[in-house]
Design a protein around this ligand. Structure first.
Ligand code: S3P
Length: 436
């Protein structure tokens, strides 16, 4: 599948984007091991979360999807999951695999976690190491999936200092900690998204956060609750980008999650001169949300503060396009983690932008992007949803049409992406023919 984007003049619009992927995964997993019912509204019916949903159903959890975004779970309690019939296929989703590994290593049965080509080449030692220290027994393919998790392991609390800032690792250890004796603590080298801690709190688990140390006592029961999923800021970021780099547009995106552990993208863009305001800030359960108003802005390049990286970890493809549309040079540093996402995002964005006539220099953990004019042409997404969507947005202000190849993965996180761009008057089509 390809996107074909024709340079377009944006119109002012009010849009919504689908539910938050991280919150949707956690609502499914925590709701499944809770006691009683969990109702989820605003669920992201994207392929990643649907893989998590199917995996939990195959372990005996009753999950009903009355509407694409409405889910009802009858939780089975901490010890109620049942052995699945076969391997659990988690598709493209690193979050599903890493969090599920934490959840499954304390169960009374063996399980196998696998996924697609991208997921089976992603590093899993980052979870295998701490979980093994807790007593888990996990076999892997030289540190990569498939993971075989041996059941009936006795887990013990740990005090784990994470070498990488990763909410997935933190969450895996905390979920295993629910099944461990004593206290489990993780210390993060930089703040990462805290949806697991917030949702555990909503379900009655006492989680202690003190500075960068997060701790919980094992054996605490979860109680089902209502989860209202905010719209995903990581998806809103493509719309924010489109509005910013347009000639003259004003776009309002409603009901977006603005948890401070996620808003690095707004801070970085504002530092470049972006006119972004958060209106009607409020809480949806434990999660802060707001309406985001964006006006087209003259962006200015500069050094991007590396201390914001973990707060904007999924938005660098968007930020690379913003840098390319800005005046001057933007320097990204401390972004080595991007090389082990759904694709090597530094290499993929550098190649994509160069194909559109932008100068990019790469380093192992950074890049320098010189602002310029997008020419037009054919670019590769490398099967990565966020690369595909970022390059598609660049097409809206290119001199010639842009075709983005291999875009099927967009459905993992942003079903309805093309309709949402069309609401801004961006001329985008999808075709299944190969571009020559
Ligand atoms: C996620 C955490 C991030 C992010 C991913 C979702 C999560 O990964 O890139 O898309 O839901 O916990 P890391 O925590 O491994 O950086």
């Amino acid at each position: 599948m390809q996107f074909h984007v024709t340079p377009s003049a944006l119109t002012d619009a009010t849009v919504t984007v689908p539910g938050d992927k991280s919150v949707s995964h956690r609502a499914l997993m925590l709701g499944s091991i809770a006691e009683g019912r969990t109702n989820i509204s605003g669920f992201l019916a994207g392929e990643d979360c649907l893989a998590t949903l199917a995996a939990l159903q195959s372990m005996g959890v009753s999950i009903e999807q009355s509407d694409a975004t409405e889910i009802m779970i009858d939780g089975v309690g901490l010890r109620g999951l049942m052995m699945p019939d076969g391997p659990l296929d988690l598709g493209n989703s690193g979050t599903a695999m890493r969090l599920m590994a934490g959840l499954l290593c304390g169960q009374g049965f063996d399980s196998v976690l696998t996924g697609d080509k991208s997921l089976t080449s992603r590093p899993m030692r980052r979870i295998i190491t701490p979980l093994s220290t807790m007593g888990a027994r996990i076999d892997s393919n030289d540190g990569m999936p498939p993971l075989t998790i041996r059941g009936k392991s006795e887990l013990h609390g740990v005090d784990y200092e994470m070498p990488v800032a990763s909410a997935q690792v933190k969450s895996a250890v905390l979920l295993a900690g629910l099944y461990a004796d004593g206290e489990t603590s993780v210390v993060e080298p930089a703040v990462t998204r805290d949806h697991t801690e917030r949702m555990l709190g909503s379900m009655g688990v006492a989680v202690n956060t003190s500075g960068n140390r997060i701790s919980l006592e094992g054996g605490q029961a979860l109680t089902g609750c209502s989860v209202q999923v905010p719209a995903d800021l990581s998806s809103a970021a493509f719309i924010i980008l489109a509005a910013l780099i347009a000639d003259n547009a004003e776009v309002l995106i409603e009901n977006v999650g603005v948890n401070p552990t996620r808003t690095g993208v707004i801070d970085i863009l504002r530092g470049m001169g972006a006119d972004i305001s958060l209106e009607q800030p409020r809480l949806l359960g434990q999660e802060p949300v707001a309406n985001i108003r964006v006006r087209s802005s003259d962006l200015q390049g500069g050094p991007v503060d590396p201390s914001l990286v973990s707060l904007a970890i999924d938005e660098f493809p968007v930020l690379f396009v913003a840098a390319a549309a800005a005046t001057g040079k933007t320097t990204f540093s401390g972004i080595g983690e991007l090389r082990v996402k759904e694709s090597d995002r530094i290499a993929a964005m550098a190649a994509g932008l160069r194909a559109l006539g932008i100068e990019v220099e790469e380093s192992p953990d950074g890049a320098v992007v010189r602002g310029g004019q997008f020419s037009g042409g054919v670019v590769e997404s490398h099967g990565d949803h966020r690369i595909a969507m970022s390059l598609a947005v660049a097409g809206a202000i290119a001199q010639e049409p842009v075709s983005v190849r291999d875009v099927a993965a967009v459905d993992t996180s942003f079903p309805g992406f093309c309709d949402c761009l069309a609401a801004l008057n961006i001329d985008i089509n999808v075709s299944t023919n190969q571009v020559a």
